[in-house]
Design a binder for this molecule. Structure first.
Ligand SMILES: Cc1cc2nc3c(=O)[nH]c(=O)nc-3n(C[C@H](O)[C@H](O)[C@H](O)COP(=O)(O)O)c2cc1C
Length: 150
């Protein structure tokens, strides 16, 4: 269905506040109807993550990290190898980027961490990923992606 509306790739972006079962059902439906990938996750409205938070919108950044990872990993267990997976939510270091790649992300997105760490974060993360690949005996990034799923 997506292909009838646009020739551009359409990806579904998932909220981390959904039940895992609901998220899997939504993604399955989107993929059956022509979506070409899943992006997990958006911001959260779980205000219990921040002391004194006011309900003014979605929460992003470090406090979102684990919640986002849990959702991403659950979706990766279901959809890795079947579609393109993009991981986002609280990523601010090479360790976290590497964890998302191993969990099944072909791409990662960084948003909030750029505000706190600046654009040099890209280089820091890329070099950090290369160091970790060397440490773990990976020769190519494609070997890293989804290595926890195999
Ligand atoms: C100010 C702000 C604006 C955002 N606008 C969008 C948007 O227009 N579309 C979208 O898909 N996600 C949007 N997001 C969500 C981010 O793309 C990202 O999924 C989320 O912030 C979690 O990543 P992070 O922890 O690295 O910030 C926005 C986030 C923030 C903080």
């Amino acid at each position: 269905m997506a292909k009838e509306l646009t020739c551009k790739p359409v990806l579904l972006k998932i909220a981390p506040d959904l039940e895992i079962k609901e998220a899997i059902e939504l993604c399955s439906c989107a993929l059956e109807n022509g979506a070409q990938g899943i992006v997990a996750t958006n911001t959260t409205i779980d205000y219990s993550l921040l002391p004194n938070a006011k309900d003014f919108g979605g929460i992003s950044g470090k406090v979102l990290c684990e919640k986002s990872f849990v959702m991403f990993e659950a979706l990766a267990k279901e959809f890795f190898g079947k579609t393109t997976l993009i991981s986002v939510g609280g990523i601010d270091s090479a360790d976290e980027a590497y964890r998302r790649l191993k969990a099944g992300a072909s791409l990662i997105q960084i948003y909030s961490a750029f505000i706190f760490k600046g654009p040099s974060l890209n280089r820091e993360i890329n070099l950090g990923i290369l160091e970790r690949m060397k440490r773990d005996g990976f020769n190519h990034i494609s070997e890293v992606i989804g290595s926890d799923r195999r």
